[in-house]
Ligand binder design. Structure first.
Ligand code: DX5
Ligand code: ZN
Length: 222
């Protein structure tokens, strides 16, 4: 049985109250803080840079799972790790030298992840499994919080699980986009073990309790 990790995305947080929001995530038992970096080029939206990562790092000791939705992600590796990122996940679609890029992330002491858009095949990572600490299967097209989970992702998650197991990989299998109480259960059943949740946590009536409610779905139901 693998460990379940809940990674709330601060994309949906109220930045006027960021310290309170992070404290709430800790109190709710979040495992990681997911930070969505967008550059307005790979995705049609702009978000944060090193300064925000540094700020979050001052507010918590939780591992910071940084999702780089940017072209030429290697330009930011040093600064983001210096700022306190624990893991950097880059998109295969804009990373033509994955072996080199993943090796560099690990050299800096961070966990190395690759993300795949919904339309990107798993074959994009089949030759770098030895260099991978995390595989992120996107369950929406990245760019915005609050989108609808794409149902055929489940089949891909199942194939990703089998691919990692067959290779003897210990990489974490993460999903991101449209995760809520129902879809987290489906993804967990399909073999995912880390779950990003933005809207589901921050728009809940009781965001702190929602983290536990999401985690509770990752158990066999009668
Ligand atoms: C999507 C981001 C996600 C997003 C998830 O582009 O990578 O991390 O914030 O948000 P929800 O859970 O609201 O779909
Ligand atoms: Zn993300």
């Amino acid at each position: 049985m693998s460990v379940v990790r809940i990674a709330p995305s601060i994309l949906s947080a109220d930045f006027a109250r960021l310290a309170d929001e992070i404290a709430m995530l800790e109190a709710g038992g979040a495992d990681w803080v997911h930070v969505d970096v967008m550059d307005g080029r790979f995705v049609p939206n702009l978000t944060f840079g090193a300064k925000v990562i540094e700020t979050v790092r001052r507010l918590t000791e939780l591992p910071m799972d940084v999702h780089l939705m940017v072209v030429e992600p290697e330009r930011y590796f040093d600064d983001f790790v210096d700022a306190g990122a624990s893991g950097l996940t880059i998109h295969a679609e804009v990373s033509p030298h994955l072996n080199r890029q993943l090796a560099r992330i690990r050299e800096l002491g961070a966990a190395a992840g690759v993300a795949l858009n919904p339309s990107t095949s798993l074959t994009a990572v089949e030759n770098v499994l030895d260099d991978l600490d995390l595989l992120l299967v996107m369950t929406v097209n990245p760019g915005f919080g609050g989108q609808q989970f794409i149902p055929h992702s489940l089949e891909k998650i199942g194939r990703a699980r089998r691919m990692l197991d067959a290779a003897g990989s210990r990489a974490v299998l993460e999903v991101d986009g449209g995760i809520n109480r129902e879809t987290i259960y489906q993804c967990w059943r399909a073999g995912a073990d880390a779950f990003v949740a933005g809207n589901a946590v921050f728009s809940a009536d009781d965001p702190r309790a929602e983290i536990g409610a999401l985690r509770a779905q990752c158990a066999d139901r009668a």
